[in-house]
Design a protein around this ligand. Structure first.
Ligand code: DX5
Ligand code: ZN
Length: 216
C-alpha cells in the first residue's frame, strides 16, 4: 500500500490549522514537514517551535525532513515534540552511523535523504540500520519544481540495496515534483511513501489528487 505525505511547505501558512484538517480529511497518511536553514539550502522555512505548535492540531504522524547543516543538534527537540520519522541529509553529516543510532535512541525512526547528485551507494554501510531512504527527485529548497526522472533508477537501486542488506522494513520515500503522473514510474520502481506538496495543496479537489497519486 502506497502512503502519501503532503508537504506542509505548500500550505497556506495563515490558516495552517485548517490546512492540516483539510489534508487529514482528504486521506493523507503523513504530514511531511520541510525544515530549511538558509545554509544547506537557499531557503528558510520554520523550525521546532512551529512543529510543536501544530502537533496537537492533527492526528497525522509527522515526517520531518531536515535540510539543515547541523541536524544532530535537533534530535532531542524533535523527539520531545513527537515525530515519527527524523530524516537528515547524507551530505550534511560526517558521522552518519552515529546520528542514526542517536535518532533511534531517542525513540524516532531514522531516515537519510539523498540529493539528486548523491549516489545510493553512499548508504551501503548503514542500509541495514535505516528506517527510511529518502530519494530527492528535485534539488532541495523549494516546492513546485520539476521532477528529475533519474530518481526512478535511484529508487530501484535503493530497493536492491535494502534487500541485499536484509532490511525488509525500511521505507523508500520520494520527494519533489510528485503528481498523479510522475508517481507512476516511481511506484513501479518500488517507492512506498510519496511526498506531494504543490500537487496536493494546489489541487481543486485534494482528496481526489491524493487518491490519484495512490492509485494511478
Ligand atoms: C523540497 C522539499 C519538498 C517540497 C515538495 O526541498 O523537500 O518536500 O515541499 O514540493 P513539491 O511536491 O511541490 O515538489
Ligand atoms: Zn521534503
Amino acid at each position: 500500500m502506497i502512503k502519501i505525505a503532503p508537504s506542509m511547505l505548500s500550505a497556506d501558512f495563515s490558516i495552517l490549522r485548517d490546512e492540516l484538517k483539510s489534508i487529514e480529511q482528504a486521506g493523507a497518511d503523513y504530514l511531511h514537514i520541510d525544515i530549511m536553514d538558509g545554509h544547506f539550502v537557499p531557503n528558510l522555512t520554520f523550525g521546532a517551535p512551529i512543529v510543536k505548535a501544530i502537533r496537537p492540531h492533527t492526528t497525522l504522524p509527522f515526517d520531518v525532513h531536515l535540510m539543515v547543516t547541523n541536524p544532530a543538534d535537533y534530535v532531542e527537540e524533535y523527539a520531545k515534540i513527537g515525530v515519527e520519522y527524523f530524516t537528515f541529509h547524507q551530505e550534511t553529516v560526517p558521522h552518519i552511523h552515529r546520528l542514526i543510532q542517536q535518532i533511534k535512541a531517542n525513540g524516532m525512526k531514522a531516515g537519510v535523504a539523498l540529493n539528486p547528485g548523491t549516489p545510493v551507494a553512499t548508504l551501503e554501510d548503514v542500509a541495514a540500520d535505516l528506517d527510511m531512504i529518502l530519494i530527492m527527485s528535485v534539488n532541495p529548497g523549494f516546492g513546485g519544481q520539476t521532477f528529475i526522472p533519474r530518481a526512478v533508477e535511484k529508487v530501484k537501486q535503493a530497493k536492491i540495496l535494502l534487500e541485499t542488506m536484509g532490511n525488509h522494513d525500511a521505507v523508500i520515500e520520494v520527494d519533489g515534483g510528485i503528481n498523479d503522473i510522475t508517481c507512476i514510474p516511481i511506484k513501479d520502481a518500488g517507492a512506498t511513501l510519496l511526498v506531494a506538496g504543490s500537487a496536493v495543496f494546489c489541487a481543486q479537489d485534494r482528496a481526489n489528487m491524493i487518491e490519484s497519486i495512490r492509485n494511478n
